[in-house]
Design a protein around this ligand. Structure first.
Ligand SMILES: Nc1ncnc2c1ncn2[C@@H]1O[C@H](COP(=O)(O)OP(=O)(O)OP(=O)(O)O)[C@@H](O)[C@H]1O
Length: 358
């Protein structure tokens, strides 16, 4: 069975997507695939319900809701949720990120130009500079900032009122946020990896919006190789679509999907080149560990953050890797994944206490 853009569906969305595709702008396509309301969001049932209540209550009071922190690995929908929050509140949205705010003055400029009730999305909030972070505490709590003018003993702090706003902070590393900052969020949503059924629904929805004919079985194949992550599901869908158009009849069938995903080195479990490189380095070069994550990152030629935030959470979840106080350790399943026998003296077998990750 193939699914096509439903005749009763929103054709303007379909058409604008196809135009974006023609412009070969993948980020525009990704943005256009975002669900726009909480009701349209697939999966994340708990966060959806909790957030729904927070927003409903704020709407009924006619006041901006509490500040919201969204935590979870990349690509699970933090930006999408921030946009949904603004849309559900019919409020404007301002987008910035921690690394973009290096000085407190950068933050003061943004805060002082916010409209009443505006939603400020601060991505990678854990990467903001310390002085900016301190300014944010006051802004979140009292809707006020102190702008310091001048230097040295003559410096004066000028208080500046800012209109009530809602901060939506996003982080892949909730543990790195200082307590005082975490405490100022009235609600924290922990985003979880998606189940295959949910990703299946996301793939079919995206295929419909992109006008990609895909069989139900092929959609499931893409979903099951997407490492629990919608962004990856959408990306893989675009790659199997390319393959179907260039090397087949344009319809994504299971065989086409499998051939395309093999070509892009995504295996049946969703492990990609980086995941396998990490496991390979861990087992073959470091005898299964323990080894520090920085060393592991150098060994695979990647940034430490990429290994830590993209590859590791998935490998830990699939039971291939354990984070221990002494470093990263391969599990017997990791050795088997590489077609190797786990050594009898592998670190994993030595002491269960090794795995008490602090
Ligand atoms: N629940 C969902 N249902 C359907 N599509 C989703 C859902 N969540 C995310 N997506 C899709 O996945 C893509 C990535 O989502 P998004 O950019 O919101 O992730 P993110 O968590 O903000 O990632 P990062 O932190 O890396 O920016 C988007 O294109 C969006 O269409």
């Amino acid at each position: 069975m193939t699914s096509h853009v439903d005749d009763g569906g929103d054709h303007s969305v379909g058409r604008s997507l196809i135009a974006a595709e023609a412009a070969a702008d993948e980020s525009t396509v990704e943005a256009a695939l975002r669900p726009r309301t909480l009701a349209e969001l697939i999966g994340q049932g708990r966060v959806r319900d909790q957030l729904g209540l927070v927003l409903e209550a704020a709407r009924s009071r006619g006041r901006p809701p509490d500040h919201v922190l969204l935590a979870g690995p990349p690509g699970l929908g933090k930006t999408t949720l921030a946009m949904i929050i603004a849309a559900e509140l019919s409020a404007p949205l301002r987008v910035t990120s921690g690394p973009a705010i290096q000085h407190a003055g950068d933050l003061a400029a943004i805060l002082s130009s916010l409209a009443e009730g505006e939603v400020l999305f601060l991505d990678e909030i854990h990467r903001m500079s310390r002085p900016a972070e301190e300014m944010l505490y006051m802004a979140m709590e009292d809707f006020r900032v102190d702008v310091v003018v001048g230097k040295g003993p003559g410096a004066t702090a000028i208080p500046l009122e800012i209109p009530p706003f809602t901060l939506v902070g996003a982080t892949t590393r909730a543990g790195l946020l200082p307590g005082p900052l975490r405490d100022r969020f009235g609600f924290t949503g922990h985003l979880e990896y998606y189940e295959v059924d949910e990703l299946d629904e996301i793939v079919r929805r995206s295929a419909q919006l992109l006008d990609v004919p895909i069989t139900d079985h092929a959609a499931r194949e893409v979903a099951s190789r997407s490492r629990g992550t919608p962004r990856i599901a959408n990306r893989l869908l675009r790659r199997v679509r390319d393959y179907a158009q260039v090397r087949a009849d344009g319809v994504v069938r299971t065989k086409t999907a499998q051939a395309a995903l093999d070509l892009y080195e995504v295996d049946e479990e969703g492990l990609d080149r980086l995941d396998r490189a990490v496991l390979d380095a861990l087992c073959r070069r470091f005898g299964g560990g323990p080894v520090g994550v920085s060393t592991l990152a150098v060994a695979v030629g990647e940034e430490r953050e990429t290994v830590e935030e993209v590859a590791e959470p998935f490998l830990v979840r699939r039971g291939y890797l354990a984070r221990t106080p002494r470093g990263r350790v391969a599990t017997p399943a990791a050795w088997r994944q590489l077609g190797l026998a786990p050594p009898a003296d592998a670190a994993f077998g030595q002491s269960p206490s090794l795995f008490d990750d602090p």
